[in-house]
Design a protein around this ligand. Structure first.
Ligand code: ADP
Length: 171
């Protein structure tokens, strides 16, 4: 199966790329971002600071993605992307799809074969799990059907509820 769904902690995954649900500052935060920086060590933050000092002076825009070292994580790179905050009044689905598509394109530009994603935007950014799962799975499935080096995408869900929702929506 090119798309795998597992329950667990993304920071323990042995893959080429771990995708981080970062924020615009790229300088760390809570949730999965905090866990990645804690376990990955200061090398990741050091590269993020360099990005901020260079091309990303204003930070990373919502929907975009950029790679750094994975530091001490059992992966080769971390691809940071910024998910949209859920809105009751505005449809930001295209931005959530962009996060997944652009993360996979950055991973492919590095030659990555295996990529792990968390459930982007479903924590502090409050995106409903059902909707996030549909968008994530549809976008990733479409991208894998295109010409890419990536062969396996593993969604790593924190907790049984998120796991079950993603499992239910796997095409
Ligand atoms: P966002 O700001 O994009 O909502 P969060 O980090 O708050 O990002 O949450 C995104 C998802 O990541 C949530 O479903 C949360 O439960 C999950 N999460 C938190 N820590 C981990 C982890 N170590 N591994 C995998 N998923 C995690």
């Amino acid at each position: 199966m090119p798309v795998e769904i597992v329950e667990g902690d993304i920071t323990t995954q042995q893959v080429d790329v771990i995708v981080n649900a970062a924020n615009t500052s790229l300088l760390g935060g809570g949730g999965v971002d905090g866990a990645i920086h804690r376990r990955g060590g200061p090398e990741i933050l050091a590269e993020c600071r360099k990005l901020r000092a260079g091309h990303y002076g204003r930070g990373l825009k919502v929907g975009q993605a950029v790679a750094t070292t994975a530091g001490r994580l059992p992966a080769r790179w971390v691809v940071h992307t910024v998910g949209p905050v859920w809105s009751d009044t505005e449809d930001r689905s295209a931005l959530l799809a962009d996060c997944h598509r652009n993360s996979l394109r950055v991973a492919a530009s590095l030659g990555a074969v295996t990529v792990a994603f968390p459930a982007i935007s479903t924590g502090i950014y409050r995106w409903p799990l059902e909707s996030a799962a549909k968008i994530a799975l549809e976008t990733v499935t479409a991208e894998l059907a295109a010409d890419t080096s990536v062969q396996t995408v593993r969604f790593v869900l924190f907790g049984q509820q998120a796991y079950t929702v993603f499992r239910t929506h796997l095409p």
